[in-house]
Every structure is written in C-alpha cells, then in structure tokens.
Design a protein. Structure first.
Ligand SMILES: Cc1cc2nc3c(=O)[nH]c(=O)nc-3n(C[C@H](O)[C@H](O)[C@H](O)COP(=O)(O)OP(=O)(O)OC[C@H]3O[C@@H](n4cnc5c(N)ncnc54)[C@H](O)[C@@H]3O)c2cc1C
Length: 462
C-alpha cells in the first residue's frame, strides 16, 4: 500500500464521492478526490438543492392567495427571476465551499480536474497533466440528462441543468417527460407564472408511484392550470420567425413556447474515462456493474451513486459510500440495503411515499387491506383552497405488516421521512393503531384509519 500515492482515489465530487473521501480521510487514510466541474455534484449544484429553493419560490403566489381567508391583504406582489437565480447561486457557492472544505479539513486532497483511469491503480489528472496512483479507486461520477438526438430540432431544447440558469423566465414552456424531475419543474414554472405544458408518452405521470396519488396529482395540477398531455411525444422543434419555438406533437397539435425542456431520463457518466481500457464492466445503459458491496469486476475498483444506475437519489449515494467505507477500510463487509426507501416528489401538492404501491403489493401478497383517507386539510378551510389531501396505508392482511404508506398534500415529504422508520422496522397496522394521534395535524389521519376502505384479494378489489 505504501507504494501508492494514496490509499483511496475518488473520481467525482458529488454526494457519494465527497462522503466517501471525507470519511476515509477521517479514519486516517491517505485520500484524494478529483472533481471536474464543481464540488457538491448534481445534488448541490444542479439538482435537489436549487430545485427545492425554486419550489419554495414558486409556492408564494398560492400563499399570497391563501392569506386573504386569514384576514391578510397582500398588496400586488411581483417576482424577479434574476434575483432568485442570483440568490440561488450564492447559496450553492456556499455549499460548494463547505463540501470541499469538509474533505480538506480531515486531511483529504482535492483536485479540480477531470480524472481518467489509466490502469487499475493509476488515474490521469487532465488539468494537472500528471498521473497519480492509489491502492483503491472509487468511481462516483454520477449521471447527466439523457439527450434526445432522434428529435428533430433537439438542439433548441434545454435540460434541467440549463433550466436553473435561464437568462429570463419564459412566458411559456413545454416540458417533456413524466418522471419526478419533469413533474417538479412543471410545478415550479407554473408557480412562477409560466404557461406550462407537460408532455408525456405514458398513460399517467410518475410511473412506479401509487396510481391513486398519480391520478390525484395529475388532476390537481390540471386544476391549477398546468396542461398535461399524456400518450404524446414531441416530433419536431423549430424556431419560428418571432424567435419562439414551435413544437409538433405526435397528436398533430402544435405548441408555441419559449423553452422546451427535456426530462426524459438520466444516463451514467462513464464515457471517455478509460473504463473500457482497464476492463471495468459496463451494463447495457453504460452504467458500471457492481456487486452488493459496490465492487466492480476489478478487485480494487469500486463504484457508487448514480453512475451505477441502481437508485438515483442523494441519500442512496451517501449510504452506498458509507457501506463502501465499512467494506473497504474497516474490515466489515456491508452490503448496500436498497429496500424500503422513503422518497418525495416536490410537486404541488407534494408526494411522500415509502414502501409498496397498491398495485405492487397486490401482485406480491394474496390479500391486502387498503386504508384510504381523502380530506381537505385544515389550512385550506379558511383559505378556501379547493385541494384535498390523500393518505393511504397498504397492509398485508395475513401478517398485518404495513407494506406501503403514500401521502399527497402539504409536507408529505417530511411525513414520508418519519414513516420510513416504522416501515423499515416492519411494524404492523396494530402498532399504528396504538399510537396516539398528534392533534390537530394532517398526519394524525395516519394513526386513525381504523377500518380498511377496501381489500384486494388475489388482485381483485373486494
Ligand atoms: C434536477 C434534479 C433534482 C434532483 N432532486 C433530488 C431530490 O430531491 N432528492 C434526491 O435524493 N435526489 C435528487 N436528485 C438526484 C441526486 O442529485 C443524485 O442522485 C445524486 O446527486 C447522485 O450523487 P452521485 O455522487 O452519484 O453523483 P453526482 O452528484 O452527480 O456527482 C458526480 C460528480 O462527478 C463529477 N465527474 C463526472 N465525471 C468526472 C471525471 N471523469 N472526473 C472528475 N469528476 C467527474 C461530476 O462533475 C459531478 O460533480 C436530483 C437530480 C436532479 C438532476
């Protein structure tokens, strides 16, 4: 080990890479990390963090409108996009510096450079024009928006990366995609006053989430004024004489907008990194293939986070980093646990969810009980906002274990985090029933749904 420059070299300074570098350095390993763009990676620079800040920004018009029912008069409010972008930039610059400092503060070395594998123990640092060696190498290079070269006029389109930093707020936008990024941005732009159309090829937005929530969110978004066109794709995008974009859809309809944002998936960053030359196995989508300990087919090369295309979420990349440290440096082989991950969609209203959807549970269990409540949350009584909250528990009838919990409504993401604990612990509906409610809250509904709304037996609703 002493023959190498480092015990660990990490490629990629995002959520997973920075965590691994920091923790390895803090236990006395000689660590270096290379980041080609900005420390903090997707989550901090152009993902979760700026996204959530923009979600907050986009919610103010509803807060202003709701205030009237509570006796407030809000004088004509106005919004300035450049101020939001500049304030967001300040915040992510602050976080970026913290990420870098956290590694350096425990003795890790940081490089602002692209890194390319030369052999199983050597990495070439492009910006420094030199090669360094390490006993263990961790690849945490994340992913990027999937391009759409087959779309005529795709060069006129933007991705989530660019959407954060547009010079001016568009008057109208078309967003293509039905995943959480597309849905969240549709709500953000709509909230900021942009005429928004979401175009999705599938039959319902947010596949893999509970169908009840998907439908309810779809309806609510439409009620707010977002146009959602399902079973639809764009076929051609072109600039018109007014400098706007015309989009021809598969339905034959033409939209005229100022921006077209593509959110049709993300692909792993594995190109031109020397992986093939070194013999690191890649899967069909170009993702790095790893075992349950995040080890590649090459003994001393590991990969974590989005580049492995397992579950593309920040806390998952961080968990994978911690398991890697246990396995590689603490003599405690720890397999990554991807089971029962609580997650949120920061749509408006928000989704918070953990465990199996009704359809998924019905496929896996002979009989399930569904506890479902749809109600107007108290905050919408005086505001007069016609928006319902939906809560759903999916329970295995045989064991009474709670298999899934799904919420649509204000603060659903916060609730999902807490629901992740009982579901991960495998608690039963009985445990929910004997838990005292917190009153008056919306969440109390989760422990006061005593009778199943319906059951699903062998896939049939009864
Ligand atoms: C718009 C958007 C919103 C999101 N919202 C959420 C959310 O609300 N909650 C959530 O949990 N997740 C969210 N995510 C997903 C989350 O950001 C990712 O899952 C997470 O950042 C993955 O971390 P990572 O360490 O694998 O990769 P990344 O954070 O992508 O970091 C990889 C880093 O490697 C660098 N790099 C790549 N190649 C090289 C190279 N050869 N040499 C040097 N450096 C290199 C890149 O520049 C990048 O900084 C969102 C993503 C997007 C795009």
């Amino acid at each position: 080990m002493a023959g190498y420059d480092y015990d660990l070299f990490v490629i990629g300074g995002g959520s997973g890479g920075v965590r691994a570098a920091r923790v390895a350095a803090s236990v006395g390993k000689r660590v270096a990390i290379a980041e080609e763009y900005r420390f903090g990676g997707t989550c901090v620079i152009r993902g979760c963090v700026p996204k959530k800040l923009y979600v907050y920004a986009s919610q103010f018009p509803e807060h202003f409108a709701d205030a009237a029912g509570y006796g407030w008069t809000v004088p004509g409010a106005s919004f300035d996009w450049p101020t939001l972008v500049a304030n967001k930039d300040k915040e992510i610059a602050r976080l970026e510096a913290i990420y870098k400092k956290n590694v350096e503060g425990v003795g890790g070395e940081t490089f602002h450079s692209r890194a390319v594998l030369v052999d199983p123990h050597c990495v070439y640092l492009v910006a420094e024009d030199r090669t360094v060696s390490a006993d263990q190498i961790l690849i945490a290079t994340g992913g990027r928006p999937a391009p759409h070269p087959a779309l005529a006029g795709h060069e006129h389109c933007i991705f989530s990366n660019e959407a954060f930093d547009l010079k001016e707020l568009p008057k109208a936008i078309m967003i293509e995609g039905g995943g959480y990024i597309a849905v969240e941005f549709a709500n953000i732009f709509h909230g900021l006053g942009v005429e928004t159309t979401l175009v999705y090829r599938g039959k319902e937005i947010l596949s893999r989430f509970d169908m009840d929530l998907r439908r309810s969110l779809h309806e609510t978004m439409e009620k707010k004024g977002i146009t959602i066109l399902t079973h639809s794709i764009s076929e051609w995008v072109g600039k018109n004489p007014q400098g706007r974009l015309d989009v021809l859809l598969s339905s034959g309809k033409t939209l005229t907008v100022d921006q077209v944002m593509l959110a049709i998936g993300r692909i792993p960053n594995t190109e031109n990194m020397g992986l093939e030359g070194v013999g690191v196995e890649l899967g069909k989508t170009g993702a790095i293939v790893v075992d349950e300990f995040s080890r590649t087919n090459i003994d001393n090369i590991w990969a974590i986070g989005d580049v492995t295309h397992r579950v593309q979420l920040t806390p998952v990349a961080i968990h994978e980093a911690m398991c890697f440290i246990e396995t590689a440096f603490k003599g405690n082989p720890t397999a990554v646990d991807h089971d029962t991950i609580a997650t949120a969609v920061f749509s408006q209203p928000e989704i918070g969810t953990v465990g199996l959807s009704e359809d998924e549970a019905a496929k896996r269990f002979p009989e399930i009980e569904i506890y479902r409540a749809s109600f107007r949350p108290m905050r919408h009584t005086l505001s007069g906002r016609d928006e319902k909250m939906l809560m759903k528990l999916i329970v295995d009838a045989a064991s009474r274990k709670v298999l899934g919990a799904h919420i649509l409504g204000p603060d659903a993401g916060e609730m999902a985090q807490l629901l992740g604990i009982p579901l991960k612990a495998g608690l039963t509906k009985h445990d929910f029933d004997r838990t005292m409610a917190v009153h008056p809250t919306a969440a109390e509904e989760l422990v006061t749904m005593y009778k199943p709304t319906y059951r699903v037996k062998n896939g049939e609703r009864v």
